[in-house]
Design a protein around this ligand. Structure first.
Ligand code: DHB
Length: 388
């Protein structure tokens, strides 16, 4: 949706096809932490009005180290902050902007296949309202997620996969309860990791480390609350407010990168090309950074026939992707309980938590990764390199 929006602003047409329904994508709760660069891009591109009104701006986070809550003041350390605003809200705003343009946006398409990706006119075939349809285009943007069809359409010998799975997952809930803290709390407890987040002044979002294939049937609401209160509660008396659970689900965790993020005239973006474990809240922000870069490269192509930005797309994206991979892996290892780890690793992790919550240098490293590196500035630097 963001790519379609940025292309529209550059006067470039696109057809967006989505296999889910409009209600599904608007209602399904997903990520919620926007980096400063993502927020800036939404505001500058004219889709940030509701975000500015309803987004929750956070200057810091806390890490609860074995019941001791310690704050990391990200704004003081980096001059940047994060914004809590649901991914589905971002999608809702982008759909509204798309409707105004009158450009094509089709929901509930099925049987999507792509052809002639290596030619100058790739094709997409699909069914919509029981009718077979074909799109002939100059470029395909594979923004169809980890389970989409774009990446698997690339011949195996043209793509390299880097992957790591984790022996845990997250059980996430959305609760009708006012957030009891105005900032996020990441917690390491002997029972494992837990996270306190929110979606609004009346809705709390919470996560518990669990098994990757955890059976939700074993987790009645009372058990979820008991475990959340145990893992999140701190010595200063803080704990989350309890309320009716509105949604719950289990997600596995993996680190995954496909290189290059291009095959012929198809460009992969977001989860189609890379997955990070959720601990650093990077997934959505990486996807936005990818499509910002892709929109500039495509715009440059139509303005001047210049393909250098398209040619550099994958390499440039992957620099940010690998930094985010490193950060997300590190945050995950820092905060989760590993049942396969030996007692040495457990003590070492505790020492690292002490360091990260007391050394200004260590806190700054966490904070600058967490708030995210500037996207636009990075891109301006790239343009200067190319002009030389
Ligand atoms: C949320 C998700 C994350 O992965 C995270 O690190 C912080 C917050 C959330 O859904 O609010």
């Amino acid at each position: 949706m963001m790519l379609g929006h940025l292309l529209h602003l550059a006067g470039i047409d696109s057809v967006i096809i989505e296999n889910r329904s409009r209600d599904y994508v608007i209602e399904r709760v997903r990520a919620g932490v926007l980096e400063q660069g993502t927020v800036d891009l939404m505001i500058e591109s004219g889709v940030g009005a509701r975000l500015q009104r309803e987004g929750l701006f956070h200057d810091g986070i806390s890490i609860n180290v074995y019941a001791q809550r310690r704050r990391i003041d990200m704004a003081a350390l980096t001059g940047r902050r994060i914004t809590v605003y649901g991914q589905n809200e971002v999608v809702k705003d982008l759909i509204a902007a798309r409707m105004v343009t009158g450009r094509a946006l089709l929901f509930e398409v099925a049987d999507v296949t792509i052809d002639d990706v290596n030619s100058k006119q790739p094709k997409i075939h699909f069914t919509h309202n029981d009718e077979l349809q074909e799109i002939r285009c100059d470029f395909i943007a594979g923004c169809d997620g980890f389970h989409g069809i774009c990446r698997p359409s690339i011949p195996e010998d043209c793509i390299q996969i880097f992957e790591r799975t984790y022996p845990f997952g997250w059980l996430g809930i959305l609760a009708n309860a006012a957030p009891s803290s105005s900032e996020l709390v990441y917690s390491r407890h002997p029972n494992g990791f837990a996270l306190f987040s929110m979606r609004s002044n009346t809705v709390t979002r919470l996560y518990l480390q669990c098994l990757p294939d955890e059976d939700l049937a074993q987790w009645p609401d009372d058990r979820i609350w008991e475990e959340l209160l145990t893992r999140l509660g701190s010595d200063d008396g803080w704990k989350p407010n309890v309320g009716p659970i509105l949604q719950k689900g289990v997600t596995g965790m993996r680190s995954f990168v496909a290189e290059p993020m291009r095959y012929g005239r198809m460009f992969l973006a977001g989860d189609a090309a890379h997955i990070v474990p959720p601990t650093g809240a990077k997934g959505l922000n990486l996807a936005i950074a990818d499509v910002w870069r892709l929109s500039r490269a495509v715009a440059e192509y139509y303005q001047s026939g210049y393909e250098a930005l398209l040619d550099r797309y994958s390499e440039e994206c992957l620099q940010r992707v690998w930094r985010a991979q490193q950060f997300s892996w590190w945050m995950t290892s820092l905060l989760h309980r590993s049942d396969t780890g030996n007692p040495f690793d457990c003590r070492r992790q505790r020492a690292e938590l002490e360091s990260v919550t007391s050394s200004p240098a260590a806190m700054t490293m966490l904070a600058e990764n967490y708030v995210g590196f500037p996207v636009a500035h990075e891109f301006a630097a790239l343009q200067m390199v190319l002009r030389r």
